[in-house]
Design a protein around this ligand. Sequence first.
Ligand code: ATP
Length: 213
Amino acid sequence: MIERIPQATAKRLPLYYRTLQHLHSLGKNRISSSEFSQSVQIDSATIRRDLSYLGALGKKGYGYDVDHLINFLRGLLNQDEVTEVILIGVGNLGTALLKYNFHKNNNTRIIRAYDIDESKIGKKIADTPIYHLDDLAGGDNNNIPAAILTVPASAAQLVADRLVLTGISGILNFTPVRLSLPDNILIHHIDLSVELQSMVYLLKNYPMEPIDK
Ligand code: ATP
């Protein structure tokens, strides 16, 4: 089913899932589409359209049943199955991600990390072992779908090329480099400095209206 829904919708589903889990933890059993829209900060028409692709329709005047949607999305997103990923570049950011290890969303786990710094190789961070980059193609990674890239910008393209040779299908790219890779590789780019800079710019130039209490 997931192949047939638009990619833009598929990208939003994990956000819906996480938001619903949060609402559930607050004791919400059902939610109107406008409340849901406020929580995820996506307009309600988009949400309705996304969920209708999945056949999960809210009832008019009732909204969405939170438990039902969580169960539905859990199945769709394979939340019961753990997906193992690897990380390359155990610097400050890589170390933070290894320590974080996506505990809160326990279906994805970083199982191995790689670096070229001999002083880091053979050590573990938060139970995740660090190997030399030369061991990347050893065969262990044949079934790993994705890698997190936290190497310096100067190494990003070369390391990404090596990742492609291991058969990886997706790269979560934390480096500022726009990677040039074959079209069948999915690249998600997260440039934290740009995100922060653009938020600061927006705050300075488009100050939010104060909310009347
Ligand atoms: P961060 O950018 O995460 O804050 P940092 O400033 O501590 O990290 P960087 O120089 O950005 O360090 O390097 C990040 C990590 O990537 C380091 O551990 C470094 O040894 C590693 N690294 C550098 N080149 C490569 C490479 N070609 N392959 C794998 N790891 C590499």
